[in-house]
Ligand binder design. Structure first.
Ligand code: HMG
Ligand code: MG
Length: 315
């Protein structure tokens, strides 16, 4: 066993887990899209710069969606050039060709389309049926791949849906396969409202593997509504997943899914991975400082337990 550092857990590895995990940081996008107040562009740019300074390598920056649908991210054109020179990957969300055009015009090299496993959320989030949304993504993915742009395919409501209740595994597998067959480089399995539990995660990953979806192409995206996000992450790591989405300070939610709360906090994830001896390349102290700084801008404390414990932030 290694000696613990102050403010860090003692690294005690467990069997059957990966040596390294890539964190896909979504605080600037999934987090800020759900804030009541719109954060000034300069503060967002500084947030992304500080996140890049923590060792995070993938920082989802913003969305090129209709500004009326997500007003908090309507400044994508102003923000992206402020941060595009950073030595990190900066994926952006694009729902359609119009969004792709806007992103490519600014030099984006990583985009993400975002599908739904359920009809209700496809309608609420994209004004489309599930299959109409897939048809909307097809030219986006084809054109992006034609320019060697990396494409992530999000899939929301993989476990439960606020209108439809529990979501059946085959329903999720079908849309995952469609996204992969379309040419997406990776998929992110979204528990948009945070209702998943570890057995359900294991069952979905098993079914995807049986359907020929390689685990190396999968990331997990857990919201922490019921405090299950870390347990679900561990279940996913045990199945071989090595890409985990998280949001600095636990910012987040989804403006089109009422019961969604913040994502798994990146600090809570880093604390657990560090304790398991899994490398992330992230400096936890710097990350906590970044979230405390952001919380001051938002006027409320971070919900992350690790941020609170390490910063003695008032709740
Ligand atoms: P629509 O109203 O059906 O759009 O919305 P449309 O195609 O009919 O076009 C209507 C107008 O919008 C046209 O303008 C278009 O040009 C314009 P007009 O001719 O009327 O002047 N328009 C655009 N403008 C700017 N950028 C664009 C764009 N597209 C069309 N990209 C649309 C369809 C997809 C646009 C809309 O539903 C939308 O923007 N939705 C985005 C919703 C969103 O961003 N949700 C949050 C992200 S998803 C999420 O958080 C979940 C995730 O975290 C995973 C998880 O947790 O599960 C990823
Ligand atoms: Mg999300």
């Amino acid at each position: 066993m290694n000696t613990p550092e102050l403010g860090l857990p003692m690294p005690v590895p467990a069997n059957g887990l990966p040596a390294r995990v890539r964190i896909h940081e979504v605080g600037a996008r999934d987090g800020l899209q759900n804030e009541k107040a719109t954060v000034p562009t300069a503060v967002k740019a500084e947030f992304v710069r500080r996140l890049a300074g923590t060792g995070l390598t993938t920082i989802e920056a913003t969305s090129f969606v209709h500004p009326k649908w997500v007003p908090q991210l309507a400044d994508a054109e102003e923000l992206y050039p402020e941060i595009s020179g950073l030595p990190v990957s900066l994926p952006v969300l694009v729902p359609n060709e119009k969004g792709l055009d806007r992103a490519l015009a600014l030099g984006a090299r990583r985009v993400a389309v975002f599908a739904s496993a359920t009809e209700s959320f496809a309608r609420a989030n994209l004004n489309r049926t599930v299959d109409e949304a897939l048809a909307m993504f097809e030219p986006v993915v084809t054109r992006a791949k034609g320019q060697d742009v990396h494409v992530r395919g999000y899939l929301s409501m993989c476990f439960g849906d606020p209108w439809e209740g529990p979501v059946q595994v085959p329903q999720v597998v079908r849309v995952c396969r469609a996204l992969l067959d379309m040419g997406c480089d990776e998929l992110s399995l979204g528990d948009t409202i945070g209702v998943a539990t570890p057995g359900h995660v294991t069952a979905l990953l098993g079914a995807l593997s049986e359907a020929g979806v390689p685990v190396s192409a999968l990331g997990v995206h857990f919201h922490d509504t019921y405090g299950q996000a870390l347990a679900n992450t561990l279940a996913a790591l045990q199945q071989g997943v090595t890409t985990v989405d998280a949001s600095a300070g636990g910012l987040g939610g989804c403006p089109y899914a009422k019961s969604a709360t913040g994502n798994l906090a990146t600090e809570d994830l880093v604390w657990m991975l560090r304790g398991l001896g899994i490398d992330t390349g992230v400096d936890l102290g710097r990350l906590v400082a970044t979230s405390v700084w952001m919380a001051a801008h938002l006027g409320r404390p971070s919900p992350s337990r690790t941020v609170r414990a390490l910063s003695h932030q008032e709740s």
